[in-house]
Design a protein around this ligand. Structure first.
Ligand SMILES: Nc1ncnc2c1ncn2[C@@H]1O[C@H](COP(=O)(O)OP(=O)(O)OP(=O)(O)O)[C@@H](O)[C@H]1O
Length: 233
């Protein structure tokens, strides 16, 4: 579904990503792990066309994304949930969802607010509340729900677990697992190894803008020494 090959990215003169290769199959959930500043967010931003200077190839559903604007990549089926959420604080939950609405993809069921409220029951209880009066965790759920209203084929999630209370964390993990069970492909950037392990089959680890490990998630989970060497802070 997604094939990234030889991806390099720069912010100004700063060379951030180096020769990143990444592959995600249909319905696969892939974790992109790594310490602070490793380049995880930049990878997602580069996939969305949000980094000004990028080289290498990104093929999504058989299509070369080079030169496509972010909105065209979203229309092609990439659903991006940035770390900073960017929900509209003056709009209600329902209105935020409507902002994200896009036509369904042929052959796939369309997301509706009602279906999303089944997935996130606590959003259902606050459907008329302004986004600015929700907790951080609720906003994180709303940001994901709004992206789903665009009916993506591949979800790019940037640290959805960040700052969530344990109970909300479980709900978020449950929701993302349900999305995976529906066949959505997922690329999950995470610092929370346990959270990522609840969702992902495959683990990539980045350091200093390079991929330094890839393999089955369970293998990394079982190898404490390797995990510590790659991820311990
Ligand atoms: N807009 C920017 N301009 C210049 N450098 C940037 C910019 N954004 C990020 N960087 C640098 O790029 C590198 C990778 O950052 P990135 O945010 O991709 O890492 P990350 O793995 O997602 O870490 P975090 O979990 O902290 O978000 C860091 O060295 C960071 O300082």
């Amino acid at each position: 579904m997604l094939a990234v090959s030889g991806l390099d990215a720069w912010y100004g003169a700063a060379h951030i990503l180096r020769d990143v290769d990444l592959a995600i199959g249909a319905g696969e959930a892939v974790a992109l792990l790594g310490r602070n500043g490793a380049g995880k967010s930049t990878t997602l931003r580069a996939l969305m066309g949000l980094v000004p200077r990028v080289t290498g190839t990104i093929t999504f559903a058989g299509r070369d994304l080079a030169g496509l604007e972010p909105h065209a990549r979203a229309r092609a089926g990439l659903g991006y949930v940035p770390e900073d959420r960017r929900i509209f604080s003056d709009l209600t939950v329902l209105e935020n969802l409507e902002v994200g609405r896009r036509p369904p993809r042929p052959g796939h069921p369309a997301w509706t607010p009602e279906r999303l409220f089944d997935l996130f029951p606590n959003l259902a209880e606050m459907r008329r509340r302004p986004g600015g009066r929700m907790s951080g965790g609720e906003q994180q759920m709303l940001a994901l729900a709004r992206t789903l209203m665009g009916n993506p084929a591949l979800l790019l999630l940037d640290e959805p677990s960040e700052g969530l209370a344990p109970r909300i964390l479980e709900q978020m993990a449950g929701a993302v697992r349900a999305l995976k069970a529906e066949g959505l492909a997922i690329l999950l950037c995470e610092q929370n190894f346990r959270f990522a392990g609840l969702i992902c089959d495959t683990a990539y680890v980045m350091a200093r803008g390079e991929i330094v490990h890839r393999g089955p998630f369970a293998e990394l989970a079982a190898d404490e020494a390797r995990r510590d060497a790659l991820l311990a802070v």
